[in-house]
Ligand binder design. Sequence first.
Ligand code: NAD
Length: 422
Amino acid sequence: MPAEGANIQKELNPLANAERQFDEAAGRLNLSAGIREIIKHPRRATIVSLPVQMDDGTLRVFTGYRVQHSIVRGPAKGGIRFHPDVTLNEVEALAAWMTWKCAVVNIPFGGGKGGVACDPSKMSKGELERLTRRYAADLSDLFGPESDVPAPDVGTNDQVMAWIVDTYSMHERRTEYAVVTGKPLEVGGSAGRREATGRGLLFCVRGACAHLGLPLKGARVAVQGFGNVGSVSADLMARDGASIVAVSDVTGGVHHPAGLDVPALLQWTADHRGVKGFPGSQPLETPIVEYDCDILVPAALENQITGENADRVRARIIAEGANGPTTPDADKILQKKGVFVIPDILCNSGGVTVSYFEWVQNRMGFYWPEREVNERLEQYMVQAFDSVLSKAKEHGVNMRVAAFMVAIERVVKVIMLRGVYA
Ligand code: NAD
């Protein structure tokens, strides 16, 4: 049993998985060993100890991280995660995925990620604000519109971004909105940012359906995770005529083979803080990733589809809203079964794309209407989907390998043009 346990631990190690995905694509690109070494290693990893005064008067020290994986194509870009399980290993993996994501969707950013090991659900608003400000102050030398631009991730939100804007601006002695994205509209946020990841996912799903000859109208969709990404994806796909047959979140899962009433489910979730007990639905008895559907949208956490359960997946398309929901072992099984996986670095890149638009708008001081944001997002997503699909066809590889190939080629091209400074 220990050997098997060790294998499972290895399969679920995000950094090992990010490296396996990179190696598989890089192996097809004839890269020199030196270039592979350069892009495999993060440019910079910083660990900070953050003392915070708690409401009861005690002092606690939290560990925070910021990893800049690559800055060759532009400032490091990537969210900040507040979660008890945050580790340097996970942040490094997420930072590398951001490099590839920004390159795939072709926006002028590198990749970064940050995190603090903490449980925001057990902290007061004041404690969260003090932790955020201390984190932003300690890392303010790294952050900046030209160098490193954070955003929200699991456990952080637009309020946290507003505190970072304020802390950074106090240090700079001027207001600087372009230092983070995902801000409230009143504090330099962009119209359409909240829906951007789900909307980008919709554009990818439309592309996949067209490619496979599967009409989205009437397609049966199961969604794991009903937060920002999952709920917006479900809502937009339902508006395109898809039938959302099953949904799950931390409270449990619900399903109805004839389709759930998505607007009513959104209201229920807002009122009851979860999907559980939604009237007119039945409780889900099987794991949602094994549900009988045409399209599966994992939109919760890493490592949901693994070597252990991939064989029981029944969907024809997997649209990865979450980062890292499918392990490399699972990918191999899904490919054999003919499941069309739209990989995370492509499928959920709508969020960072509108973050880029937010940064552009902040720097122009001129704000676009939502229609314009959505139109530009569609152009970027359709172009990215088409270039990955062409690469997949050209090399006879799956969409994940193709997406990594497109991304790595773009990053390497810039490294070669810029040269290695010595
Ligand atoms: P969120 O916190 O808004 O929602 C997460 C959802 O997952 C919640 O509904 C939660 O209840 C559910 N969940 C948690 N554990 C679960 C479990 N074991 N089973 C089923 N559901 C579970 O977060 P989000 O912003 O929607 O992010 C979801 C994923 O998408 C993360 O992997 C994140 O990194 C990724 N992502 C988010 C964005 C974005 O713009 N928000 C962009 C790219 C990628």
